[in-house]
Design a protein around this ligand. Sequence first.
Ligand code: AHR
Length: 512
Amino acid sequence: MKKLITVMALFIVANVFAQNAIVINADLGKDKINKNIYGHFAEHLGNCIYNGFYVGDTNKIIPNSNGVRNDLIKALKELKVPVLRWPGGCFADTYQWKDGVGPKDKRPSIINRWWGGVTEDNSFGTHDFLNMCELMGADPYLAANVGSGTVQNLIDWTQYVNGKQGTSPMSKWRVENGRDNPWNVKIWGVGNEAWGCGGNMKPEYYANIYRQYSTFMGDWTNGEHLFRVASGSNGSDYNWTEVLMRDIPHNLMEGIALHHYSVIDWNAKGPATGFDEKQYFTILRNALQMNELVTRHSTIMDKYDPKKKVALVVDEWGGWYDVEPGTNPGFLYQQNTIRDAMIAGVTLNIFNNHCDRVKMANLAQIVNVLQSVILTKGTAIIKTPTYHVMEMYNVHQDATMLPLNIKTNEYVFGNEKLPAVSASASKDSLGVTHISLVNIDPAKAQDIALEMRGDKYTTVTGRILSSNKVQDYNSFENPDAIKPVVFNGAKMNNNKLTIQLPPNAVVVLTLK
Ligand code: AHR
């Protein structure tokens, strides 16, 4: 009997210690979570621009401002999109910006050779994009054509959008085309995926090309320097980052990119909705790999740039699946489920926790393509689960990251395991602390013991995004099936929180 009691006591103790535990160091915050980590990406791909943002300026059915649909802009303003990358992607290295300015009926049509071979009539161009960013309150991030462009073309583009009236033939042309004041575009990508669709270059070759292009981009913004982003590595190609950091003078480069998609297998990506648990697990494992990628690329950057002046810019990320049945394979149109909410939640936590080096990230793509936040169909739009996560997390924008220690249970599938709980925390300019928590386990709830160190708190409130199944999504028939609701599963006692996190859930807590 005595032995049984001892065994039972040990069992109880073991289970108490198996509980998830988080300590947040509220007095150790020093790095700001750059709001641009919550950035997005718009590409001339499928129905992202045409039939997505842009419905045409003669459209009388869908309410629009100069052809850009109003409901979309309203939803994206509410999301607080800080920065929007455009026009690609692979499309960027085929794009001739001069084809997209001036009277629309005079603009040449081209074939969009990367995405579906459709006709691109250039009716959405530089003015349309930059004016749309102004409407949305987002900073534009222009991705320049290096793969098939010229240095002069890029110089012309920078002068066109940033030159003061009367300072160059390009700024004169802009005024003739209806825009007096420059847009002062600060963020510029120098090519895209130079290792692949951007020219199949070797890093040493691209580093030289980069040096040339960035030299002539110069400083056109009234004394303000441009933020130039070098085309970065394909996932774990660490040599790419090493060569660029070594061979490009750092006064010519403000950021270096990194692309990482969560994909099961490039030849069998699996469905966006009716996936099984193996596919769920694999996608989450690939999403969590972002932590290793960011850590290892940062370590290489630290070697050449210990003061962290060059930013790591994850300007393409997200889940990538097979296209929806019956849709154009070149349009990459996919639905968005709670699985995508999990990807967004854990990835944004990783970026927040690495905000000393990661200064911008751009989810691919904002509307109607890969891990989109909005899907459109005729006059209707829906907000996806990913939209809701980005909206819940926007409290972290420009807040001070609070470092944390975490001990988490595992989400076990077969012989494999992943950390079940992910977290990040920040304190905003008003002194309010926010904690974002994700439980990726699709079956097991998580009890979390969370301790706030270094500051005093008395109240906790929260919001939760979840659903019964990880395959659940918002459809045009049921657009609000998944949306954030009040979370009552956190209790505060003496600066300590006990939290019950349901399966496959994203929670954001507010502490005062
Ligand atoms: O997001 C789709 C494509 O993926 C982008 O155009 C390209 O940069 C990447 O390979």
